[in-house]
Design a protein around this ligand. Structure first.
Ligand code: JFZ
Length: 444
């Protein structure tokens, strides 16, 4: 991580305390927000999906230096404005992208409709700072993706950055400010009510039923009034089932439908900017990168193995969370073959292990070093991720275990249940075995 970004994070952590105070003012509204039945149903479906594909793709992809390149190189507006004319993704094929997500066992896609550079990757009438007006490609890839997702039965979510490094009305500017040639005045209320809400209205109107909006960037101006009630009401009114997923790293506010964690399991904070608070009520999600970057970075070959992705997916499910795994496609619309191989391998693994992931909730036993549990109906799935002794001693579970068997192959597993706990005999780890899943069927 570059110095510039690290210093931003340090500053953000310092001001996090002041946000906590502002939050309590919102608590009164909390009692007034009653999610619609469609929304509650969508939340359950979201939890059932468990595995999604995150896609960071924009004009920044051309430079192969991540999605923060505008900021990191402190480019001027005039300079960054040249980029769209080089963005011509002639290899982009929505069918291929959606088919890859499906082959990976992913049930939803969350794609950057616009990132912090403010560039709309869709046909927006609100401003010409968009892919149709400014690039030689002239088409709307999000429309093609939405149509294809509907055809192939994948839910589509739009990432939307509230932070904007391009629009002059994003003023006063925030923690990531640098002098890129914008005037020192602007109308933030107009930015929110006309520009942002206008684009959100387009996204929730022109693309059929969408899964929801994944917000990011509020952390740039933590004490600003973001008109959240207005924006959230607009979304829920246009599509009641659309979920609002904010990446603000704070305690969820009224109107928000999912709590998402960046790079960390719920409750963990290795990244330094996640909150320890974990909602007991909202669906949970964890986002992560398949290499070390969100947007395409040509110098990043630090790919996670398929087994590592599987372990993260299992750990997320054991913490009652979804895993949103990111890829940054090339500017020409192709997906790095290294991503493709790994995702397909995870998909193959899921054809065997999916029963213990999809549709489950976090299990009755707390996640630990040895592994995690998930549960569905009267089954508890014990996921052994770290093998040590042949006997695995677990804390007591409230229900009576009537049988124990391996998920794959179905062989019976020796189990002893007493008031003190559950003991399982775990045979030694097989070659390339990532996760030993033992299905405990209970009498409940
Ligand atoms: C944000 C974006 O900045 C990033 O480009 C990517 O889209 C990711 C999914 O979300 O990352 C963040 C968000 C917040 C902080 C740091 C990085 N923060 O609060 O320090």
């Amino acid at each position: 991580m570059s110095y510039a970004r690290t210093s931003v994070i340090v500053r953000l952590v310092l001001i996090a305390g002041s946000i906590a105070g502002a939050l309590s003012a919102n608590q009164a509204f909390a009692q007034d927000y009653h999610p619609s039945p469609e929304n509650l149903q969508a939340r359950r479906e979201f939890q059932d999906m468990k595995f999604g594909m995150f896609i960071h793709w924009g004009v920044y992809s051309v430079l192969g230096d991540g999605e923060w390149v505008f900021h990191e190189r402190h480019l001027k507006l005039d300079e960054y404005n040249r980029l769209p004319s080089f963005f011509d993704p002639e290899k982009f094929d929505a069918t291929t992208w959606v088919a890859l997500a499906k082959a990976a066992g992913m049930k939803y896609i969350t794609i950057t409709s616009r990132h912090h550079d403010g560039f709309a990757m869709f046909d927006s009438k609100i401003s010409d700072w968009n892919i149709v007006a400014r690039t030689p490609y002239k088409k709307d890839p999000l429309k093609m993706l939405a149509d294809e997702c509907h055809r192939q039965g994948i839910k589509l979510f739009f990432y939307y950055s509230q932070l904007d490094w391009h629009n002059p009305d994003y003023y006063p500017r925030g923690a990531t400010n640098w002098n890129n040639g914008r005037p020192d005045h602007g109308d933030f209320n107009s930015y929110l009510d006309n520009y942002m809400d206008g684009q959100l209205r387009e996204l929730l109107t022109n693309y059929g039923p969408i899964g929801g909006i994944w917000f990011d960037g509020m952390w740039d101006k933590p004490t600003a009034d973001w008109h959240l009630d207005k924006t959230y009401s607009l979304i829920h009114q246009l599509q009641p089932a659309a979920l609002i997923i904010p990446n603000h790293h704070q305690t969820p506010r009224p109107g928000e439908d999912v709590q998402t964690f960046e790079h960390d399991l719920p409750g963990q904070n290795t990244a330094g900017f996640n909150t320890k608070y974990v909602s007991a009520e909202l669906p949970l999600e964890m986002s992560d990168t398949l290499n070390g970057n969100w947007g395409f970075n040509i110098g990043d070959s630090n790919y996670k193995s398929a087994a590592e992705v599987e372990r993260r997916l299992v750990r997320a499910a054991g913490s009652n969370a979804n895993l949103l795994m990111n890829i940054g496609p090339y500017p020409n619309g192709e997906i790095d073959p290294q991503f493709v191989t790994r995702l397909k391998a995870v998909g193959e693994w899921l054809t065997k292990y999916g029963e213990s992931i999809y549709g489950t909730r976090g299990g009755p036993i707390a996640p630990a070093d040895w592994g995690v549990t998930t549960q569905k109906e009267n089954n508890i799935y014990v996921h052994v991720l770290n093998w040590s002794a042949p006997l695995l001693a677990l804390p007591p579970v409230a229900t009576k275990i009537v049988s124990a068997r391996l998920l794959v192959g179905g062989d019976p597993v020796d189990v002893t249940q007493t008031a003190d706990g559950v003991i399982l005999k775990v045979r030694e780890q097989g070659k390339d075995e990532t996760d030993r899943v033992i299905v405990l069927t209970t009498s409940k």
